[in-house]
Structures are given as C-alpha cells and as structure tokens.
Design a protein around this ligand. Structure first.
Ligand SMILES: [Zn+2]
Length: 326
C-alpha cells in the first residue's frame, strides 16, 4: 500500500531543500532593489545591476497596464556568472548562458540572465551567432543596423561583425531585449497563459514565445525607444531570414533552431501589426486572458479564432500556409 503521508513529507522536504538552496545562492550574491524587484549580482556588476533595475522599473508599469493587473508582481532577477549559475538549483542542468525564467514558491518567479560582462553567455552566443550572418544583410540593412547600434553604444561602430561578438553587444541585448521578453513570460504565467497550454496534448508554445517577442516591441514603443524597436525587429527578422534552411514545421524546437523560431514569431507579429495596426497585440491579449479565466486550455484553433476575431477576418489559411500552425 502506498504511504501518502511519507510521499507528502518527502515532497515537502524537496521543496524545502530547493528553497534553502535558492536562498543560499541569493545570500551569497550582492543585491540591490526595491519593494518589488531585487537584482542579484556578483563581482563588479553593480553598474549593470543598476541598469537592470532601471529597465525593470521603467517597463513594469507598462506590463501592469497591459495585463490590467490589480496586484503587484515580485520579480527576482539574477545576473549570474558561471559560478553563480552552477549554484542555482534550476540552472544546474542548463548550459551556462541560456537566459530563462524559473518558478519558485509563493508565485515567486526568478529571471536568470548570464552575466555577460564577466563570462561570455556561451549558450546564447551558440544559438544566435550563426544566424547573425553579415552576408545575409543588404547594404541598406547593414547601414541601418550600424546606425542603430551606434546610437545604443553612444559611439560610432566601425566593424559591425566584430561588435556583434562583443561583450557590449550581449550586455545590451540581454538587458534591453531578453529581460523584457522574460518579464512578459512572468506576467503570462502569473495571469494564466502558461507555456504548455493546449488541448489534447497540443502545445501552443508559439503563442507563449510570440507574446514575449511582441511585448519587447510594445514596451520600447511605449517608452519612446525607437532605436530598440528598430533593433529588435531588424535583428530577429535577419535571424529568421538566415535560418530559412530550417523552414518547415515550427516544432520540434531545439537549440539549433531556437533563434530562428523566435525570429519567425517576430516576423509573424510584425506582419500582423502591419496589417491590423499596433493595437492588435493588446487586443489579442485581452481576449485570451478572459478566455483563460473560463477555460484552462485553448487549442491552436481556438487561439487562431481569437486572432481572426480581432482582425475581423478568417486567418486560419494564413496561419496554416505561412507558419504551419493549424
Ligand atoms: Zn521565451
């Protein structure tokens, strides 16, 4: 006979150990923060931690408004170098450098970013660098990209290819793009749009990642950061184009086509915005959140029906023929 009390005690113990180890890691790192956000960092990263805090504080009200959120969300963000990474329980099986969000106790979520100023974010570079193929850029795009990155850097960039491998590029990319993407995941989780949501085993991962990709555009537009809007769009559309050899089904997704997959989603959302206007994203989100209150899972068909309803036209053929989603 199964002893449920023992199983429960064991589970409790595991949760407790997990809590303790996370706590130990965060105690070993320095931190700055406010009531809502804590940024953990090590070594000489205080300046970066301050930048992260600023981006978080500026973007947070935009997320709250987007979700019409009545309660605050507590965000713990780790700027973790290789040593910190190996101490964080849920990172232990993940290669160093893959930014991600992970869940803790009491609705607490942790965003883990690799400390690019200390260690190269190896896994992230492995994923995106092959798709940043300079030969795939037109002359105009090269010019546009160089200008946008020079605005970010505050000085003119003479060698684009070299800059795209630099520490500076990855720090900006992580703080201004990936961080917002992960905050959107946090909000989606908290308000009922989980990663594996789908009916009959169908996974709508594309929606979860697509919303996160789109939110980066939305937040930067609201903050008036036109250069980051342009950069996010240009970088991912470029990755999408370079990765055309992966063309086919958008699943399964693995490390080799991960950046391309995110490129697809930015391409998809940009095409939708071009056709139906910049308020298309918030309108979709509003209906999805309402539907999720009454229905734990939505199938691809139901999600496409929502996209069609907001567009006021049937988009099922568009999704099927362009993105192999049906
Ligand atoms: Zn994501």
């Amino acid at each position: 006979m199964f002893d449920f009390t023992k199983v429960r005690l064991l589970l409790l113990f595991v949760v407790f150990i997990f809590f303790l180890s996370f706590n130990n890691v965060s105690k070993a790192m320095d931190s700055i923060g406010t009531r809502q956000f804590t940024i953990y960092f090590s070594g000489d990263s205080k300046g970066i931690a301050q930048q992260i805090l600023e981006v978080t504080q500026r973007s947070y009200p935009i997320f709250i408004e987007l979700f019409d959120a009545k309660q605050d969300l507590r965000l713990d963000i780790f700027w973790a170098d290789r040593r910190d990474w190996s101490q964080i329980p849920q990172c232990r099986n993940k290669d160093y450098g893959m930014p991600h969000m992970t869940k803790g106790e009491n609705h607490k979520h942790y965003i883990i970013l690799p400390a690019a100023n200390i260690d190269e974010p190896v896994q992230l570079i492995r994923i995106i660098k092959p798709l940043l193929d300079i030969k795939k850029l037109s002359k105009d795009e090269t010019c546009q990209l160089t200008n946008l990155l020079s605005t970010v850097e505050g000085t003119s960039i003479s060698n684009l290819d070299q800059y795209l491998s630099s520490k500076e590029f990855y720090i900006h990319f992580l703080i201004e793009i990936v961080l917002l993407h992960e905050i959107m995941h946090d909000f989606c989780f908290e308000f009922g749009i989980p990663e594996n949501y789908g009916k009959n085993g169908q996974k709508a991962w594309w929606l979860f990642e697509g919303l996160a990709q789109w939110s980066v555009l939305w937040v930067h537009r609201r903050l008036g950061n036109d250069h980051w809007v342009g950069l996010h769009e240009l970088l991912y559309r470029w990755m999408y184009r370079t990765g055309q050899t992966y063309r086919g089904n958008i699943s399964p997704i693995n490390y080799s086509n991960y950046a391309w997959f995110h490129g697809i989603l930015i391409e998809m959302f940009c095409q939708l915005e071009n056709e139906f206007g910049n308020d298309y994203g918030p309108a979709i989100l509003k209906i999805l959140l309402k539907k999720m209150n009454s229905n734990d899972f939505l199938s691809n068909q139901e999600i496409i029906a929502t996209f069609s309803c907001v567009a006021n036209q049937d988009l099922s053929t568009w999704f099927k023929s362009n993105w192999k989603i049906e």
